[in-house]
Design a protein around this ligand. Structure first.
Ligand SMILES: [Zn+2]
Length: 161
C-alpha cells in the first residue's frame, strides 16, 4: 500500500516520497497474460490541491507478459512518468493511493503485448508472419493445404501417443 498521512504535508508545500513496494497491488487473475514481476518503484511528491491529494511523479512496475504473436514470455516495465494521482481528501487524514495507482497501471497494460516491445527488445520470431509486408509473397494455396494437413497428422499422432 502507498499511504500518505496528510498531517505530514506542510501547508502549501510538497512532501517527497520514494520507495519500493513489494506487494502486488494489481492482483491480476492468474490466467491473465500479464503478471507482476517485481516491486513497484516510485518517486513522487505529495501536495494538497483544492481539497484533493495530488501525488505526482514516476512509477515503474515490471511485468511479465506473454507475447500474443509467438507465446514467448518476456519482461516489460510499465512506466508512468510525471504521472498524477488525484484523490479527494474528504475527512480523512490517511489517504491510500493504492486503488488509484492500480487503476492507472492496469489501463497502461498493452492489450496485445509483443515481445519486441519488451525491456530487452527481443526479436519476435513470429513478427511479420501474420502481416502483409513488402516482401510478402502469396503462397500457393494448394501447397499450403498439403503442408497444413501433414502437420495436423503429426499433431494427431502425438496426441495418440
Ligand atoms: Zn513474440
Amino acid at each position: 500500500m502507498i499511504t500518505v498521512d496528510l498531517r505530514s504535508i506542510p501547508e502549501d508545500e510538497c512532501l517527497p516520497f520514494e520507495g519500493n513496494l513489494a506487494d502486488d497491488i494489481c492482483q491480476l487473475p492468474e490466467k491473465d497474460a500479464a503478471s507482476v514481476a517485481g516491486p513497484l518503484n516510485y518517486r513522487a511528491e505529495a501536495s494538497i490541491v483544492s481539497g484533493n491529494l495530488l501525488f505526482r511523479g514516476d512509477f515503474h512496475l515490471p511485468f511479465e507478459f506473454t507475447c500474443c504473436r509467438c507465446n514467448q514470455p518476456f519482461h516489460y516495465t510499465i512506466r508512468l512518468l510525471d504521472h498524477s494521482l488525484l484523490v479527494p481528501v474528504e475527512d480523512l487524514s490517511l489517504i491510500d493511493l493504492t486503488d488509484a495507482l492500480r487503476e492507472d497501471i492496469i489501463l497502461a497494460l498493452p492489450n496485445f503485448p509483443h515481445c519486441n516491445d519488451g525491456d530487452n527488445q527481443m526479436d519476435c520470431p513470429a513478427r511479420g508472419k501474420f502481416e502483409t509486408e513488402e516482401d510478402f509473397v502469396p503462397i500457393n494455396p494448394e501447397k499450403a493445404r498439403t503442408k497444413d494437413s501433414s502437420s495436423w497428422d503429426t499433431l494427431d499422432k502425438l496426441k495418440l501417443d
